[in-house]
Design a protein around this ligand. Structure first.
Ligand code: HSE
Length: 437
């Protein structure tokens, strides 16, 4: 059979990994696919640098990315330049030219996915993106195909490798946030702008795509509640550990009676929970569905060849299905275009979770009854209360409350009152808790 001809945009971490693995495993991949996959053109920013990396007469290096998307002999465009401006333009142009697209660009799809998938549908081409979510883990395939019989109740995952790496280094090695981040950047885990990682935005991009696949909802990144790890206090990470919990940045998409919850935030999970065992740059995604029950997927969450593995899996799918009529292909978002239905997304104030709450308190015996009274008055039920030594001030006690599941708006009422008390110092620290079973 004729080879599948690839043009790639970008030769950074993911691009180089894709080129390397495709070349190294060419024979194996052709055997599995039934036809060779040939990279024929790569658009790069620096031709001299690229020529040193790609020692291959079969691959034409160009510095104009439009010459790739407009090339008549290219079947599939692999977009790994990142960003949402030029990448959007190039991807739409490739689609207009009738080319399939494989991308690892979660930001692009979370922000412009509706437009891109609609254009692909109209042109009868595929936009595949396994490498965009939890890189090495075939979670898009699992949702779209493996779990297709199921009604999904929730997805919860560690879907950003950089933040998981930072949290693990801080917890296990006592590293500082800044050192751990610098290390993650040096290892090639972080985004070009690492604020996307540490502010939770990258995880929200991925959650947006997971939710569309799981629930058949439109792509709605702007409705995800996003909190990163920059406000996390090392004191709370240490207290959480003493109380039997681990802090993880989770992306959660969940049906509730009002609609859908879409949220990314640091979360306390029990130390013996499977998600608490996911360390370093590893990712894991748990899915609760009605027939299969809880399933869990674990693997590298960042990295060059790890992402390439997913990008090439998409290429193999395309090579195998190129003769299939478009409407018979697995749809881009698990649901057929006309089956996508908007579920209302719950306001974060209405979302109910258990909370960890820390108050720095003076005059403990007098203040404690007031704390309990204010919580009770707001309707926040206490599941457990611990008084711990304050790490920085011997005059203070740290009162740590674990609440029953409660709406954020009720907790806010209680906090507003508690923070007014003259013996409660500063602001309360709160973190959500999840059981996930
Ligand atoms: N910066 C991303 C992460 C890369 O750390 O997860 C993989 O998407």
């Amino acid at each position: 059979m004729a080879p599948l001809r690839i043009g790639m945009l970008g030769l950074g971490t993911v691009g180089m990994g894709t080129y390397t693995v495709l070349r190294r495993n060419a024979e194996l991949i052709a055997g599995r696919t039934g036809r060779p996959i040939e990279m024929v053109m790569v658009a790069v920013r620096n031709l001299a640098r690229a020529a040193r990396l790609v020692d291959d007469e079969e691959v034409e290096l160009v510095d104009d990315p439009f010459s790739v998307v407009n090339h008549p002999d290219i079947d599939v465009v692999v977009e790994v330049i990142g960003g949402t401006t030029l990448a959007r333009e190039l991807v739409l142009q490739a689609i207009t030219n009738g080319k399939h697209v494989v991308t690892a660009n979660k930001a692009l799809l979370a922000v412009h996915g509706s437009e891109i998938f609609a254009a692909a549908q109209a042109q009868g081409v595929v936009v595949a993106y396994e490498g965009a979510v939890a890189v090495s883990i075939p979670i898009i395939k699992a949702l779209r195909e493996g779990l297709t019989a199921n009604r999904i109740e929730w997805i919860a995952g560690i879907i950003n490798g950089t933040t998981n790496y930072i949290l693990s280094e801080m917890k296990d090695k006592g590293a500082s946030f800044a050192d751990a981040l610098a290390d993650a950047q040096a290892k090639g885990y972080a985004e070009a702008d690492p604020a996307f990682d540490v502010e939770g935005v990258d995880a929200a991009h991925k959650l947006t795509l997971l939710a569309s696949n799981a629930f058949g909802v439109p792509i709605q990144f702007d409705k995800v509640h996003v909190e990163g790890i920059t406000q996390l206090d090392a004191v709370d990470v240490a207290f959480a550990e003493r109380l039997g919990y681990c802090v993880k940045l989770l992306g959660i998409a969940k049906r509730n009676p009002q609609g859908l919850e879409l949220r990314v935030h640091p979360t306390l999970v029990a130390s013996n929970h499977l998600l608490a065992q996911v360390n370093g740059s590893m990712n894991a995604v748990m899915v609760k569905s009605d027939a299969a029950g809880v399933t869990m997927y674990y693997g590298a969450g960042a990295g060059s060849e790890q992402t390439a593995s997913a990008v090439i899996a998409d290429l193999v799918d395309l090579a195998r299905s190129s003769s299939v009529v478009h409407r018979h292909r697995v749809p881009s978002l698990a649901f057929q275009h006309n089956a996508i239905v908007a579920l209302p997304v719950a306001a974060i104030e209405d979302v109910e979770t258990a909370y960890y709450l820390r108050l720095d308190v003076a005059k403990l015996s007098r203040t404690l009854p007031q704390v309990l009274a204010h919580l009770a008055y707001a309707g926040v039920r206490v599941q457990q209360l611990d008084v711990l030594e304050h790490p920085h001030d011997p005059e203070l006690s740290a009162v740590v409350v674990q609440t029953e599941p409660t709406q954020q708006r009720l907790l806010q009422v209680a906090l507003a009152a508690l923070e007014q008390l003259p013996t409660v110092m500063g602001f309360a620290k709160t973190l959500r808790m999840e059981r996930l079973e």
